[in-house]
Design a protein around this ligand. Structure first.
Ligand code: FES
Length: 143
């Protein structure tokens, strides 16, 4: 069996929503200090809904595929759904990742959450800090 699913390869070779949103309403950047990969998510938000999303990922193919899939999964969705996005959901949507690559999908979940938190912070929108636990990498390092 191939190491990577066709979906992973497709999103790696043809990533969706790559780029920068000028004047984004929320930007989230996370990294994994162990592998050194960095992911940045830009959100445009109207009426508590993600109206546009783009990403820049300096990292491995699984991280690129995870970011691409994550942007497709939250495009047009309410912020509550974007916040509920889990790395498991991203991994399932990609038809799986090898075990040693699961941490790449964690970056996608964390980058989306960080971008939403940035939006809340910029606009003085109250939120429960418990919804945004300190980011940490899959190896347990603080990021
Ligand atoms: Fe670190 Fe993929 S190897 S994000």
């Amino acid at each position: 069996m191939a190491l990577y699913s066709e979906k992973v390869m497709d999103h790696f070779r043809h990533p969706r929503n790559v780029g920068v949103i000028e004047n984004a309403d929320g930007v989230g950047e996370v990294g994994n200090p162990v592998c050194g990969d960095i992911m940045k998510i830009y959100l445009k938000i109207e009426n508590d809904t993600v109206t546009d999303v783009k990403f820049e990922t300096f990292g491995c193919g699984s991280a690129i595929a995870s970011s691409s899939m994550a942007t497709e999964m939250i495009m047009g969705k309410p912020l509550s759904e974007a916040l509920a996005l889990t790395n498991q959901a991203v991994t399932e949507a990609l038809d799986g990742l090898p075990a040693h690559k699961l941490h790449c999908s964690v970056l996608a979940e964390e980058a989306v959450r960080a971008a939403v938190k940035d939006y809340y912070d910029r606009n003085g929108i109250a939120y429960d800090p418990a919804d945004f636990p300190a980011e940490s990498c899959a190896h347990g390092c603080e990021v």
